[in-house]
Design a protein around this ligand. Structure first.
Ligand SMILES: [Ca+2]
Ligand SMILES: [Ca+2]
Length: 333
């Protein structure tokens, strides 16, 4: 019954989001709801690698985003990725914003874990997220969350319960995952050189199906240290660790980190240097991976950019270094 109730809430939320989609073409005045705006972005890219994989052109993402309010203090967010081969629904959620420091979000949306994962792919500095983020901060999920900013935006928090099974998927067991995130920016608003300093952490814990009726605990922690200066310079570091119970009762540990530095010499041009390392199984040898990314972003129009990433990938398994070149053009509206 509890599960049915929860799924009922989610279905209700999806229904409201679809209603937004159907009515967005209607004229919307300030005193009239729903008031929804259409946004979106497209990323088309070319990937070349000296490894065995195919070199290819591809449409990586083609997002349609509907954002607005269905009623006073009820914000909706509906996102579809037309570039996805199956299940294109990404976000479908409703946020109650009456209390600014305690927003309530229900539906399908990004879990509050990892700064790089929470950054929209349209706003990323590198074309690809770090492997550790892609592997250990999996995807959107369905659930509910309390979040907000307090102390003059110096403290940002989020705490939610989610299926733990990923986007567009009903829960695959009887329990939900608990996910929390806290980011502190102690000098925010001070105007001094430490204004852009943020430190934070995330955690996630939940039971996951392992085999048959067996379930194992999967827990993750993440740490963030970030510094930005006047939108010209950024240094961002993240570390993620995961412990996952296996069918034989043992625990598999995975971990990794990345360190990213960006610098804008002129407003239209940004240089990027990123180093990342990921170990999918700390107990196993010869499976780590390290990647250096050298990048250049050219913002040739207000809503369009061209990105070039050169990646040097070291695979411990094959004791081999591969090189990869990615070119991506993005426009948004
Ligand atoms: Ca679950
Ligand atoms: Ca290892």
């Amino acid at each position: 019954m509890r599960r049915l109730k929860k799924q009922g809430v989610v279905v209700g939320c999806l229904g409201i989001a679809v209603a937004c989609l159907l009515s967005f073409t209607q004229a919307a005045h300030a005193d009239e709801y729903p008031a929804v705006n259409v946004h979106g972005f497209v990323q088309s890219y070319f990937a070349w690698s000296d490894s065995a994989g195919n070199d290819t052109y591809d449409i990586r993402r083609a997002f349609i985003i509907l954002k607005g309010e269905v009623a006073e203090n009820l914000a909706c967010n509906f996102q579809i990725d037309g570039g996805a081969p199956v299940n294109p629904l990404r976000s479908a959620c409703l946020k109650y914003t009456r209390v600014p420091w305690a927003n309530i979000t229900v539906g399908q949306f990004k879990i509050p874990f990892s700064e790089e994962y929470l950054t929209s792919s349209a706003g990323l500095d590198t074309i690809r997220r770090a492997n550790v983020v892609r592997s250990l901060s999996y995807d959107r999920d369905i659930g509910g969350m309390l979040s907000g900013k307090v102390l003059a935006d110096k403290l940002c928090y989020a705490l939610g319960g989610f299926n733990g099974s990923g986007k567009n998927t009903a829960d695959n067991n009887q329990t939900q995952d608990l996910i929390g995130r806290l980011v502190v920016s102690p000098f925010k608003g001070s105007g001094n050189s430490l204004d852009g300093l943020s430190l934070g952490g995330s955690c996630q814990i939940g039971q996951q199906p392992v085999s048959g009726n067996n379930e194992g605990i999967r827990s993750r922690i993440g740490a963030l240290a970030k510094y930005t200066y006047a939108k010209l310079f950024k240094l961002q570091n993240e570390y993620i660790f995961q412990k996952y119970e296996q069918t034989d009762g043992s625990e598999k540990e995975s971990m990794g980190f990345y360190s990213l530095m960006t610098c804008k010499f002129i407003p239209e041009l940004q240089s990027i240097l990123k180093y990342e390392a990921y170990d999918p199984n700390c107990a196993a040898g010869q499976d780590r991976e390290g990647i250096i990314t050298l990048g250049l972003d050219w913002f040739f129009a207000k809503h369009a950019k061209l990105e070039a990433n050169y990646r040097i990938i070291y695979e411990e398994l094959n004791d081999k270094i591969n090189k990869e070149c990615l070119l991506q053009m993005q426009f948004k509206f």
